[in-house]
Design a binder for this molecule. Structure first.
Ligand SMILES: Nc1ncnc2c1ncn2[C@@H]1O[C@H](COP(=O)(O)OP(=O)(O)OP(=O)(O)O)[C@@H](O)[C@H]1O
Ligand SMILES: [Mg+2]
Length: 311
């Protein structure tokens, strides 16, 4: 469990706060997506979780961050890293070895994991990341997605209860980005690992995250379930965050008084929205459906009450 209370932080010498009055609880087993424009403070927030702020980057720090009960100002960064593994925005800067298995071995040895556990943990982490066949490859020969998985494997070998990733898919194509998020979802679902992912691709967060946090100018401007946050598209746009196309479609229809229901944030919900519109239209036009067949049977199913009020 992560508990952030009244957190404000200003980098030494900076003219303004990078984080300002943040209050956020991240329960065990959550999958939280963090989104916001450049400079919003997303990376700084992740640094406050792993202790890099204020232990490595100094400045004015107010408030408190507790990670599984550890105060990130007082606990050593290595102690925190046993609870919370971090994949930084710049993974090349994070990787230290030349070969995949050495990267993971280095992490395990650094954490003084007993020798008889090392091979098992190495194999499990590689298998979990789906890169068992890349064990002896050099990191420089890997694709962006493979390298990202190797970085995550080095973290999961340490078996932290929480994994924080800062723009893990920044350099990846859509298919590799999905693969990374599918893998995170498996870790979350099967092993209960808490995932905190800073991510610019809103559709990935809509599909994979449970909660969303929207940041702007050092502040947490929205926080809730994905569905709750997306019901406030004006606030998201105000923070400079693109909303999913299906959501802006729903908003456009709602603004015109054509659709009174909840705004969709994935294609399934968009289909349901379109279906409700189509059925509403069918009700007005009787049998004039696209395929020319009478639609009376459908009209009364699943389309009642308020959702018809606007038609
Ligand atoms: N080491 C630093 N020293 C001084 N100021 C910094 C430092 N790192 C970041 N900042 C400033 O803190 C603010 C928040 O930066 P941060 O990197 O946390 O934003 P971000 O949301 O991660 O942005 P991006 O999407 O570009 O990664 C910005 O104004 C930035 O210029
Ligand atoms: Mg950043």
């Amino acid at each position: 469990m992560i508990s952030i209370r009244n957190l404000s932080f200003r980098y030494r010498g900076a003219g303004r706060d990078a984080l300002s009055g943040i209050n956020l609880e991240i329960p065990d087993g959550d999958f939280l997506g963090i989104i916001g424009p450049s400079g919003a403070g997303k990376s700084t927030l992740t640094y406050s979780l792993n202790g890099v702020v204020p232990q490595h980057y100094g400045g004015d720090f107010y408030g408190q961050v507790l990670v599984n009960g550890l105060d990130t100002v007082e606990a050593g960064t290595e102690e925190i890293a046993r609870e919370l593994g971090s994949v930084f925005q710049d993974i090349d800067g994070q990787m230290v070895a030349a070969v995949v298995e050495d990267e993971i071995l280095f992490a395990l040895e650094n954490f003084r994991i007993p020798h008889d556990e090392i091979e098992g943990r190495l194999e499990t982490a590689l298998a979990a990341a789906g890169i068992g066949d890349l064990r002896r490859r050099t990191l420089s020969s890997l694709s962006g997605g493979q390298k990202q998985k190797a970085a995550i494997a080095a973290i999961i070998a340490l078996r932290p209860r929480i994994i924080v990733l800062d723009e893990a898919t920044g350099e990846l194509d859509p298919a590799s980005s999905r693969q990374v998020f599918e893998f995170l979802r498996d870790l979350n679902r099967e092993f209960g690992v808490t995932i905190v992912a800073v991510e610019q691709k809103i559709m990935l967060l809509c599909e994979f995250a449970r909660h969303l946090a929207v940041m702007d100018q050092g502040r947490l401007v929205l926080h809730g379930t994905v569905a709750e946050v997306l019901q406030q598209p004006e606030s998201m746009e105000g923070a400079g965050v693109n909303i999913p196309r299906v959501t802006s479609l729903g908003k456009g229809l709602r603004d015109r008084g054509l659709y009174p229901g909840p705004l969709p944030h994935n294609t399934e919900q968009a289909k349901a929205m379109i279906e409700s519109l189509r059925l509403g239209e069918g009700k007005l036009n009787g049998a004039n459906s696209e395929d020319g067949k009478p639609k009376d049977g459908n009209l009364r199913d699943g389309n009642s009450g308020d959702s018809n009020a606007a038609f």
